[in-house]
Design a protein around this ligand. Structure first.
Ligand code: RTP
Ligand code: MG
Length: 138
């Protein structure tokens, strides 16, 4: 079943100009890019996007980081896209991410870990709607 997921090239990877390499990897792995946009989140938008983590000790640091520079938000489509994308990301901590995963290749720390990916089909739907209208997804 074709499925969509939301990816965010986070500010660390965007700053390091890793965006092109990440997009190339998506295409190589068979993900179709259905929407893509560069944006600079406000702290408030980052807080709203990561609201599920608001009680976590790293919340204020995470949201400041996510608002620290431009990001690229993407809608990716593939068979079983949500899980396949999470596998391609690797573990949250790049030091623990399997070789050749995006976080292993491009992440710097447990916070500056290069890419976000939706973790369930339901969250993917919500996260895609957070950033894109239906008319912006092709
Ligand atoms: P994401 O939501 O960004 O795809 O990452 P994830 O599911 O692998 O990890 P999650 O637990 O949802 O955490 C969201 C983001 O918060 C930052 N983080 N910092 N300092 C810390 O211990 C810590 N733990 C998580 C990371 O940027 C993580 O991706
Ligand atoms: Mg998460």
């Amino acid at each position: 079943m074709q499925q969509q997921t939301l990816a965010i090239v986070k500010p660390d990877a965007f700053r390091k100009q890793s965006t092109g390499a990440i997009l190339a990897r998506y295409e190589k792995e068979g993900f179709k890019i259905k929407a893509a946009r560069v944006r600079w989140l406000s702290v408030r938008e980052a807080e709203s996007f990561y609201a599920v983590h608001r009680e976590r000790p790293f919340f204020s640091s995470l949201t400041a980081f996510m608002a620290s520079g431009p990001v690229m938000t993407l809608v990716l489509e593939a068979e079983n896209a949500v899980l396949r994308h999470r596998d391609l990301l690797g573990a949250t901590d790049p030091a623990k991410a399997a070789p050749q995963t995006l976080r292993n290749l491009f992440g710097a720390s447990i916070e500056e870990n290069a890419v976000h990916g939706s973790d369930s089909e339901e969250n993917a739907r919500q996260e895609i709607a957070f950033f894109f209208s239906g008319a912006e997804i092709f």
